[in-house]
Design a protein around this ligand. Structure first.
Ligand SMILES: [Zn+2]
Length: 247
């Protein structure tokens, strides 16, 4: 795997061990623009790596340094995600640069294969990391890498967990404003998975945005922030997976 060095000044020292791998899309018109921005000291943003649409890989920040890609974020109660993660920016125009027909731009296979190879090399150096999207750790602010990102394909390649959910039932259990003991149970489940959920017993805006983040990743054809039976099954499967990993 060939990696081109393109050093960015936008980093500092880590204060935590590396446990997470955070995937982003660049959300800009071109990879060249994203690369220039991440190397601009005034922008104060960076990532460890950027993967171009044609599969070329650039390294901007050394893995033992803290790159600045996560911003205000939370996972498993930790808010200093830049310190405990490696960040990969994947070149994709995303929601700001849709195709002419309004579709989200696809991630080419050659690009995804490069992301998989790079991630596996990172796992060899640091052990298996938790694979997260920017939207998972900052659901109120971020929607990248987007519902068009091939999470199931990544999981099939050994990166991240994909829950097998049988239910096709999308009858709504809780929506915005719902107040129910089941909402508290749902929020507890989301927090157990790792999301920055607070147990309020009410389907508040923060909870709705977390549900949207979860659907964006695991049920991308319907992102409405409502807890339906199928979404609940996804939460259950992820919660059980987390419990199995911890025991
Ligand atoms: Zn991002």
């Amino acid at each position: 795997m060939k990696i081109s060095q393109r050093p960015s000044p936008n980093f500092d020292d880590r204060t935590l061990p590396i446990t997470n791998l955070i995937l982003h899309y660049t959300g800009m018109k071109t990879g060249a623009e994203a690369l220039a921005r991440m190397c601009d000291p005034a922008a104060k943003v960076s990532a460890h790596y950027m993967v171009e649409e044609d599969g070329r890989i650039f390294q901007l920040v050394a893995e033992d340094k803290r790159a600045w890609h996560a911003g205000v974020s939370e996972w498993q109660g930790e808010t200093n995600i830049n310190s405990n993660s490696i960040g990969i920016e994947i070149v994709n125009g995303g929601h700001d640069w849709p195709l002419a027909e309004g579709r989200l731009p696809p991630f080419p296979d050659v690009q995804i294969n490069a992301v998989i190879a790079l991630s596996k090399a990172i796992f060899k150096r640091h052990g298996e990391l938790t694979v997260l999207g920017h939207s998972d750790i900052a659901p109120a602010r971020k929607i990248d890498p987007g519902e068009h990102f091939p999470w199931a394909g990544l999981a099939a390649a050994g990166l991240g967990y994909w829950p097998e959910v049988q239910s096709e039932d999308r009858r709504v259990l809780f929506e915005e404003g719902s107040r129910d003991r089941g909402v508290a149970i749902t929020q507890r489940g989301l927090a157990h998975i790792g999301y920055g959920a607070r147990v309020t017993g009410v389907m508040d805006d923060a909870t709705k945005l977390i549900i949207e983040a979860l659907q964006r990743r695991y049920r991308p054809d319907q992102i409405d922030g409502k807890v339906d039976i199928q979404t609940m099954d996804v939460i259950k499967a992820l919660t059980e997976h987390m419990s199995a990993r911890r025991s």
